[in-house]
Design a protein around this ligand. Structure first.
Ligand code: EPZ
Length: 427
């Protein structure tokens, strides 16, 4: 296993190219199941989870081709062709490695009338139930069975009749599964209190490009009129708003100035507002976002919430930045029950953070010193990198396979802007 070695203190400056969004790609890829025609996705990030999903799609008989892009390029072009589906089962050994596999449930059900997917189980940040995915599909007329750790969904002859579902809790994945199931329904499906994240908009835009009929895109009330069939499409994945926000925090904590090439200012507005409240300058233009540290960092109180609120995926990274703010900040995590695993590791680097339930109290500014730390979940690992960039001395981050799931060529991108970071084999 590899580890990252970071020597802190360099002021980051320059340009970082932002990759395609992991969390958009993971819902766009299964859309290929909805048509027998080719679907080509451009700007796919080069990530372990994308490779995993490609392998899962091959498992169903979907052919995939990666059009050659130079190895030094960021991103890839993948064409998926589900001419024939030879299996409707997503097996445990694949799903357990990548819980986003649950996103094949809706499209597979829509295309073939049935789908059997291993229950994804929990992960480090929470037990991640899928009850809302199943309730939404049942509301559209699917029959759901849970047997031996698998979910089996079946549609009546002629396809899902359609229906309505009002989400008691905003759920990104459940909204995605429901929308992908609804586009080929034999009727109209309506969702209330649906997730409005930019990744959902990206999904709806691809589906419309494939011939789907969706009203209310970008709002929490979606109406999908089922159509008989969808055709292929070529679509460019949106830029990754969480990757961009993560590098923005890295630039800010080092007192630097970094241009996030390709970042979409609208998608990352809640992060931008948080950074500006902390005293970081953020300039937006059509082609990207520039982040510039301007003097002392100010403490702020932040609460995560569904879009357009502050993304839970940005909480750990902003917490690292706030260890350097002059005063006390309070961060409330409202989405997941266990998303403070970065706190003990940051404390080992000298941060002063107390947690009470889902609230963290960060006292700054702390003098951070390098340490040997362990990556846990994806975003917690990124928060350790951000702290290490501003820490005195050397930090070694182990188990960085967590990072490789969500950040394309992380050390190369940070080296582009002057970070002293290298990836070495972990003896
Ligand atoms: C997506 O996860 C993202 N993953 C997560 O990003 C992100 O943190 C999350 O949305 C929230 O924005 C992908 O898109 C692949 P949810 P998802 O369903 O869909 C509860 C990262 O770091 N819930 O919106 O699983 C759930 O427990 C990852 O990139 C139910 O109760 O999140 C949570 O408390 C981490 N029942 C809340 O809803 C359900 O059926 C939000 O979860 C589904 C969810």
């Amino acid at each position: 296993m590899d580890k990252l070695i970071i020597r802190g203190g360099n002021r980051l400056s320059g340009t970082i190219p932002i990759s395609g969004a992991k969390n958009a790609a993971l819902t766009l890829i299964p859309c290929a199941l909805l048509t027998e025609e080719p679907v080509t996705l451009r700007n796919l990030p080069r990530l372990a989870d994308i490779d995993g999903f490609q392998h899962l799609m091959n498992q169903f008989g979907v052919t995939t081709a990666i059009q050659g892009t130079r190895p030094e390029d960021f991103g890839r072009v993948m064409t998926l062709e589900a001419t024939r589906i030879t299996s409707t089962v997503a097996p445990y050994d694949l799903v357990r490695k990548m819980r986003a596999s649950i996103l094949v449930l809706g499209p597979m059900l829509a295309r073939t009338g049935e789908a059997t997917v291993s229950m994804p189980g929990g992960c480090a940040i929470g037990n991640r139930p899928i009850d809302l995915h199943l309730k939404a599909l049942e509301a559209f007329g699917a029959e759901i069975e849970l047997t031996q750790g698998y979910v089996k969904a079946m549609a009546p002859e002629g396809g899902l009749p359609g229906g309505e579902f009002d989400f008691p809790v905003v759920s990104v994945g459940a909204t995605e599964n429901a929308v992908m199931a609804a586009v080929l329904a034999n009727g109209t499906c309506r969702l209330f209190n649906a997730a409005r994240e930019p990744e959902i908009v990206d999904l709806c835009n691809l589906l419309v490009a494939m011939g789907a009929e969706i009203e209310g895109i970008g709002t929490s009330d979606l109406t999908i009129h089922g159509v008989k069939r969808l055709h292929g499409a070529t679509y460019r994945v949106m830029p990754d708003r969480i990757e961009a926000g993560s590098y923005a925090c890295a630039a800010a904590i080092t007192g630097g100035e970094v241009r996030l090439e390709g970042a979409n200012a609208h998608d990352m507005a809640s992060t931008t507002h948080a950074l500006q409240a902390i005293g970081v300058e953020v300039e937006e233009d059509k082609k990207g976002v520039t982040v510039r540290a301007k003097g002392a960092l100010k403490p702020v109180n932040l609460t995560t919430a569904p879009f357009p609120g502050l993304a839970t995926d940005m909480q750990a990274q902003l917490m690292s930045l706030l260890t350097k703010a002059e005063g006390t900040s309070v961060l409330k995590e409202t989405i997941f029950e266990n998303r403070f695993m970065h706190v003990p590791e940051l404390a080992r680097m000298g941060a002063d953070i107390a947690t009470e339930g889902r609230t963290a109290i960060v006292k700054g500014p702390s003098d951070l010193t390098g340490a040997e730390v362990m990556a846990t979940d994806l975003r917690a690992s990124m928060s350790l990198i951000i702290a290490a960039l501003a820490a005195e001395g050397e930090t070694q981050v182990r188990r960085i396979y967590h990072l490789d799931r969500g950040y394309e060529r992380l050390e190369e991108k940070l080296q582009l802007v002057g970070a002293d970071i290298e990836r070495v084999g972990d003896d």
